[in-house]
Design a binder for this molecule. Sequence first.
Ligand code: PGA
Length: 251
Amino acid sequence: MRTPIIAGNWKMYKLHDEAVKTAVELKSLVSNAGHCEVVIAPVFTALKTVADRLEGSNVKVAAQNCAAEANHSAQTGEVCADMIMDVGCEYVIVGHSERRQFHGETDDSVNRKVKACLEYGLKAIVCVGEDLSQRESGREKEVVGGQLAGGLAGLTLADMERIIIAYEPVWAIGTGKTATPEQAQEMHAYIRRALSGSHSAECAAGTRILYGGSVKPDNIRELMDREDIDGALVGGASLEAATFSKIVNYR
Ligand code: PGA
């Protein structure tokens, strides 16, 4: 019922031509992946060319951020949702922990960005996740619950059809330390219960919840075997087409 999504977050890696080259390589390596949606998120400067070169393929394009404000505003350095839509993207990653940590994003800014994405027809991959001290003090569910409540505040059931949640424990990002499938499953089940409470049981059952944090070709399978894990948001291991295609083709 929930089509898995395997998404690659390229962060601030790759010059324009390298991004295009990797995207084109990936396109042929995953062309038979009918079991899941495949998404890549290059840097802004490569979005248009990458989306053009992937047109008609099964690889979709995401931006890594988006402004909360609308077009025609005095927002130096920002890129808004309709500009992202205009160059051929279908998704936006919103509230990644690196944006929360290094760029001052809050649950409120995440919420406004999500609403901007939805207004212009984009789908939002909303990231949540606790840091190490929060997990060590046993507050991980409280933290993630708060991020969900804040980030998704005011969204209708119809809005929720275009929301994907990515659970990314900060202590597992780029560290090689993956959450165990049990830890990930436990949090994903918690997120689904939270969505059931905030929206509806049907919404909870239909929402894709991705896991992120050191996903690699050799651990994707055991993660995907879990009931509430509906895909992955992959950083480091998405940068090479050959490696990322192994994650996409995990079955
Ligand atoms: P990682 O990054 O796969 O390199 O841990 C995941 C992410 O930041 O989305």
